[in-house]
Design a protein around this ligand. Sequence first.
Ligand code: HEC
Length: 205
Amino acid sequence: MNRAASLFLGIFLTFTFAWVGLVLVPYFQFGRVTDLVSEDTGQTLPPPLSGLAQRGHEVYAAQGCVYCHSQQVRGETQGSDLARGWGARRTVARDYIGERPHFLGTMRTGPDLSNIGRRQSSAEWHHKHLYHPQTVSPGSIMPAFRYLYTLRKIAGEPSADALHLDGADAPPPGWEIVPTPDAKALVAYLLSLDRSYALPEAPTD
Ligand code: HEC
């Protein structure tokens, strides 16, 4: 075989192996995965997002939360995610079936958020945290997302959504700090993040 032919064969085999490994094998492994209906509860798994949470999913993407937070829980043999309390089980392909884009993430500057809705189910906590992380999580290095909140004059009754802030964060008398529609949607999305349901390929016990 002359040198040009062996070079061509080498390149061809390199690309073929890569294609088999990165396209064909995953296709046969995951190509037919669908959501399923739980026999116990009749609920669709993974549960579909509400309209507001779906909108929050877009805010999460736009704010770049994925640059610091992953949404994937590794199994016992691959890391200490379960021991850290980030989930009741490892996450699997089916958990992301309806999500476009999914937020598996690669960076963990902050904790994994796969199950944050279960771990922290208070909307008030999330709003305070986004407004000024250090007030609810001392020493936090997470940036504040204050521009997702509005300072406005109280007209008549104070809003039921107003944040209860103390100290330097407290608004001047007669004023209140309320979440924008984007902040409300983002918190609805965070509260929806609960992947603690059991799947056949990832049981919880
Ligand atoms: C620059 C990195 C960075 C970015 C960007 C970031 N975070 Fe964080 N986040 C952190 C760190 C660090 C912590 C841990 C300290 C704390 O609780 O504040 C954290 C904690 C959290 C927690 C609490 C997790 C727990 O287990 O208690 C939530 C919820 C959260 N972030 C949501 C968000 C959302 C939503 C966004 C996007 C709007 C975001 N973060 C963007 C770094 C980041």
